[in-house]
Ligand binder design. Structure first.
Ligand SMILES: [Zn+2]
Length: 329
């Protein structure tokens, strides 16, 4: 693990998987999704409709467009704890136990105390397609009872999913490291891919709030926050901070043209992973297509999303991933 963490840290500075590092300040999202555990009191906005679409493959780079959407996920971050802290407020205050007590990976969503907050929504995600069968079962990821984290209960599977996007941040002290379950199922996937002559490498995994802060801060210094937001995540908003994300192989657009990418697209769900930022959904996910960025959600949820060929926001009925305000870090 430590090696991985070190590697990850190093990679942080070399890579910029946008979504990975995005984060926004606290402005909480307009979520209204009942299932969302966090308490956004305010937010009740109405709709969580996501549907915006976007241009398919946008480029990642720091183009400046002010739109956060197409950014790549990098790990940036910057701001500081301030926002994180602040964000907490907005976010789930539900949770109670501070600090990273992580729940056992195997733990089922139900056991988490948060069940309370996590109200089950009735809403049934769009499609109706029956989930495909997996060759084996990859359990749901751990659930933490920590203030500042936002979970939503998937009505189809009962699994609690930690939200991390431009709309949902995490506190600075949430530092789970790369989750054991993430690594375990990546290893299984890697082995099965190897049996077919395919090579999958873990190029970037866990990234702490502070790692992201350094990266994002550097971009802000160089090009300003408006531009930085288009390709880098603010600290506290990078999905890599969840410990549930892995960037594969080259971490650039070229990966999408490899046989490995094609195999991952068809089989990652069997191991509990989803391609977090699908092609053509930039306006919804907030990041350009990143075939290398996979997020662990467990095989039940991953299969549902795979069957619908959609993204996490749309599947859960969440609003589009976007920062609620300018960077103030
Ligand atoms: Zn990534």
């Amino acid at each position: 693990m430590k090696k991985i963490l070190l590697i990850t840290t190093v990679c942080t500075f070399l890579i910029a998987c946008a979504s990975c590092g995005k984060d926004e300040p606290l402005p909480k999202p307009p979520v209204d999704n009942p299932a969302v555990t966090q308490s956004t009191e305010e937010a009740e906005t109405a709709s969580a409709e996501t549907q915006t679409e976007n241009v398919p493959g946008e480029t990642s780079a720091p183009s400046e467009a002010a739109q956060p959407d197409e950014t790549t996920e990098e790990a940036q971050d910057a701001p500081d704890a301030t926002q994180a802290a602040a964000s907490d407020g907005q976010t789930a205050q539900t949770a109670a136990a501070p600090v990273a007590t992580k729940a056992p990976a195997s733990q089922t969503p139900s056991k988490s105390q948060e069940a309370t907050r996590a109200q089950e929504t009735t809403r049934a995600p769009e499609a109706t397609k029956a989930p495909a069968q997996n060759d084996f079962y990859a359990p749901p990821p751990p659930v933490y009872d920590i203030p500042g984290l936002t979970y939503i209960t998937d009505p189809n599977t009962g699994v609690k999913i930690l939200l991390a996007s431009k709309s949902y941040s995490m506190p600075a002290d949430f530092a789970p490291g790369l989750e054991d379950v993430t690594l375990e199922y990546f290893n299984k996937m890697q082995s099965d891919a190897a049996a077919q002559g395919l090579y999958l490498q873990l190029s970037s995994g866990y990234r702490s709030y502070y790692d992201q802060q350094i990266v994002y801060g550097g971009y802000v210094y160089d090009v300003g926050s408006d531009v930085a937001d288009t390709f880098s995540a603010r600290p506290g908003y990078s999905e890599h901070q969840t410990g549930l994300v892995i960037d594969l192989n080259s971490i650039d657009d070229s990966f999408g043209y490899t046989p490995e990418a094609a195999w991952v697209a068809e089989h990652a769900h069997e191991y509990g992973f989803i391609i977090r930022y699908p092609d053509g959904m930039e306006g919804i996910t907030g990041y350009k297509y990143e075939p290398w960025h996979i997020r662990y959600v467990g095989s039940e949820v991953a299969t549902e999303i795979y069957n619908r060929q959609t993204c996490l926001e749309t599947y859960l009925g969440l609003p589009n991933s976007e920062y609620s305000g300018a960077y103030t870090g």
